[in-house]
Design a protein around this ligand. Structure first.
Ligand code: CTP
Ligand code: MG
Length: 455
């Protein structure tokens, strides 16, 4: 039997009134990429999808083509102007599909967390049932109200679901459903399944996932930011593509001779012979508080390797002391190492990364950046400063294809910790090995300007 032709429509013609932002939400950058790009990648990478049609706003058609070419989204064949309502945009997309289409998935551009697993279930179900909705149970009670806000009914929660996208249809069926809606003068349905139901056709449901959120309100954006970070570092197991990206690459690890830096350098040496762990103890000695020592060694590595792919700065100092009893010299020592050190590292490496038009930097932060505690005024405030520093740097470098992120572990079993806290129950501490895995995942990801908390 011939393989059915499955296409996808990505709806991106909404203005995002509830999101209240100048740039429409589907084009706002999330984890370094315009939101719609994340969504498109899911469909582009899924083997069963043969073609993608994007419906968008007039002013964004050209920009969307640019994204398509920049990110190699080779399945996108058409980018067309949408309509005034979601239903109209959907209809426009459907009409663009062509008669060779067997099945069609319609998805919101603002749901960037759809999993391959959920997509697979949809495709299997649509072949069998011809119309399928993706739904999840509702944790909140659903309440029906009248125009004056009085409750008229509280339906049984167990029987109700929340509708997500994608929704999937046999092509001829969804085409017919939209044509009938137009004939009946209906134009404001926010959901394609309702139109199929109006034809008297059954619509099957498959279970979606809680993470498949729709970015609707400003708060959703913050949640999405965190979801991305979780998604990137979990599970810690690597896939083959990620391993491939490490092979033969040039790594510079500052603070690379002890603790997390040492663990990371041991791990990376399995993939590449070009790992440079540097510290005050290495030969030559490199000190992040000394710009020239950084500048010299980077130049030397550049001359030898003609490239620098990844840089990790894990050099940092921690000193527990109440403000009243801390000397100025101690304060300066912490700030010079933890924050000015990052400035020095960045300033020294940027010219090389810019020249090759790529690179990825990870600074090691600390979970203490979120809240200062007694005895940690200098340490935790320097780590909070590092977060803002990195976000600013990520923006400055994003046009040069250079990524900057912070990995912030909590309580890691390292000599630094032992020195300050003595013996602790090891089961409550993170293993440096796990932190090293997360750093590698972040280095090879597309994300920039993010903080990855490891707890
Ligand atoms: N959409 C569309 N054409 C429209 C309206 C919406 O393609 N005329 C798309 C949106 O771009 C979004 C999806 O449908 O990807 C879901 O819609 P929604 O979350 O409501 O987005 P907006 O309509 O943009 O937001 P709002 O309702 O807050 O204005
Ligand atoms: Mg809307």
């Amino acid at each position: 039997m011939k393989e059915p032709i499955i296409k996808a429509i990505i709806l991106a013609a909404g203005k995002g009134d509830r999101f209240e932002n100048e740039t429409p939400k589907q084009f706002v950058k999330l984890a370094g990429l315009p939101l719609i790009t994340h969504t498109l990648k899911i469909f582009n990478n899924y083997p069963d999808i043969k073609e993608i049609i994007i419906v968008t706003l007039k002013e964004y058609i050209e920009k969307t083509w640019e994204l398509v070419s920049l990110y190699g989204l080779n399945k996108v064949t058409k980018i067309v102007l949408g309509g005034a309502t979601r239903q109209e945009s959907s209809k426009i997309g459907i009409d663009c599909c062509g008669a060779d289409t067997d099945f069609l998935l319609i998805h919101d551009s603002v749901r960037p967390f759809l999993s391959n697993f959920a997509l697979k279930k949809m495709i299997e179900a649509v072949k069998k049932y011809k119309a399928v909705d993706m739904v999840i149970p509702s944790a909140d009670t659903i309440v029906e109200v009248d125009k004056r806000n009085f409750i008229v009914n509280i339906p049984d929660r167990a029987k109700h679901r929340r509708g997500q996208t994608p929704q999937a249809f046999e092509y001829s069926l969804i085409k017919k459903a939209h044509e009938k809606a137009i004939k009946d003068n209906l134009s404001n349905f926010t959901d394609d399944c309702s139109l199929v139901l109006r034809l008297g056709h059954k619509v099957y449901t498959v279970n979606g996932e809680e993470q498949n959120i729709k970015i609707t309100y400003p708060l959703d954006f913050h949640i999405a930011d965190k979801l991305f970070q979780i998604k990137t570092v979990l599970p810690p197991a690597f896939n083959n593509d990620e391993y491939e990206k490490l092979k033969g690459k040039v790594f510079i690890i500052l603070g690379g001779t002890s603790g997390i830096g040492l663990e990371l350098s041991k791990k990376l040496k399995n993939f590449s012979k070009k790992v440079y762990p540097l510290s005050r103890k290495s030969v030559p000695s490199v000190d992040v508080t000394d710009f020239n020592s950084l500048n010299n060694i980077f130049r030397e590595i550049w001359r030898k390797e003609k490239r620098i792919d990844y840089l990790i700065n894990s050099a940092g100092v921690l000193l527990r002391r109440d403000v009243e009893f801390m000397s100025e010299a101690e304060w300066d020592f912490i700030y010079n190492t933890n924050i000015k050190g990052c400035f020095n590292v960045a300033k020294a490496i940027i010219p090389f990364l810019k020249e090759q038009h790529k690179g990825s930097i990870v600074f090691l932060g600390s979970s203490s950046y979120t809240r200062g505690r007694a005895g940690y005024s200098a340490y935790s405030s320097s780590k909070a400063a590092l977060v803002n520093f990195s976000q600013a740097l990520a923006e400055e470098l994003s046009d040069f294809n250079i990524k900057v992120n912070v990995v912030s572990p909590s309580r890691v079993k390292t000599p630094l910790r032992y020195k300050n806290f003595g013996k602790e129950d090891p089961s409550t501490l993170l293993k440096p090995d796990r932190v090293a895995d997360v750093i590698i995942k972040v280095l090879v990801s597309d994300i920039t300007g993010s903080v990855f908390d490891i707890i």
